[in-house]
Design a protein around this ligand. Structure first.
Ligand SMILES: NC(=O)c1ccc[n+]([C@@H]2O[C@H](COP(=O)([O-])OP(=O)(O)OC[C@H]3O[C@@H](n4cnc5c(N)ncnc54)[C@H](OP(=O)(O)O)[C@@H]3O)[C@@H](O)[C@H]2O)c1
Length: 204
């Protein structure tokens, strides 16, 4: 199975590195094709560069490691290609003001997951994942000893759950379902627990 990673910045780059290290083939895309080709070259034979359209067409799962506004553009453009695919969404409803301060881009009570899931064709298998740790913790946290760090995910879809469990394990983390799409916002809150050095109990 091939995983398309659209967006190879902080999150997409870390996911690509972890999946390739775990033996998973990836196809990478972004806007800057030279950056995509450089990363694919660095990662070796399990990675290749493609256009966004070709990456989505070739992926069995598609990780949209882009900002929510970009997803709002890309998903409608490529909706037909997403039929039958597992769509992985790490987004948070966060923007940054002119002074670099983060702010919420959606009204209180509305999750990024609900927005993205509503854009998808009926046959897509949606899962919220790879967004519960900050990018640095995600990049540094794979294969943690003595216990693996947890990556929470949220989905209402069994196909998406099976795929994300496999990908999270291949990436060097322990997958844990936080609930359905309606619970997606809560999976972010669990991140503190997941990122703690010695997690000893389950999230509540
Ligand atoms: N950073 C974090 O700590 C963190 C934590 C949790 C969740 N998240 C979520 O993860 C997502 C990605 O965040 P990030 O920090 O990885 O962002 P980022 O470093 O800014 O990377 C964004 C990526 O999106 C690509 N991109 C932008 N427009 C595109 C388009 N039209 N088509 C294809 N690719 C496009 C960019 O490619 P080019 O550079 O080539 O333009 C870049 O590779 C966001 O939704 C964010 O909310 C981030």
């Amino acid at each position: 199975m091939t995983t398309a990673i659209v967006g190879i910045g902080n999150i997409g780059g870390a996911v690509a590195r972890h999946l390739v290290a775990g033996g998973e083939p990836v196809v990478l895309a972004a806007t800057d094709q030279s950056h995509v080709e450089a990363l694919a070259g660095e990662l070796g034979p399990h990675a290749r560069a493609a256009s966004v359209e070709d990456a989505i067409a070739d992926g069995d799962a598609v990780v949209f490691a882009v900002w929510l506004d970009t997803m709002r553009e890309l998903i409608p453009q490529h909706a037909r290609l997403l039929e039958g695919k597992v769509v992985v969404d790490p987004s948070n409803p966060i923007g940054f003001d002119e002074s670099g301060q983060p702010f919420r881009t959606l009204p209180e009570g509305q999750s990024a997951g609900s927005v993205v899931a509503a854009l998808l064709p009926a046959g897509a298998h949606y899962v919220k994942a790879f967004g519960t740790l900050g990018a640095d913790a995600l990049a540094a946290g794979a294969h943690r000893e003595p216990r693996r760090a947890v990556l929470f995910y949220a989905t209402d879809d069994d196909t998406a759950a099976a795929t994300i469990e496999r990908l999270v394990r291949a990436a060097g983390f322990d997958p844990l379902k936080a609930g359905g799409v309606a619970d997606a916002g809560r999976s972010r809150s669990y991140a503190c627990w997941a990122a703690s050095p010695t997690p000893t109990s389950s999230p509540r």
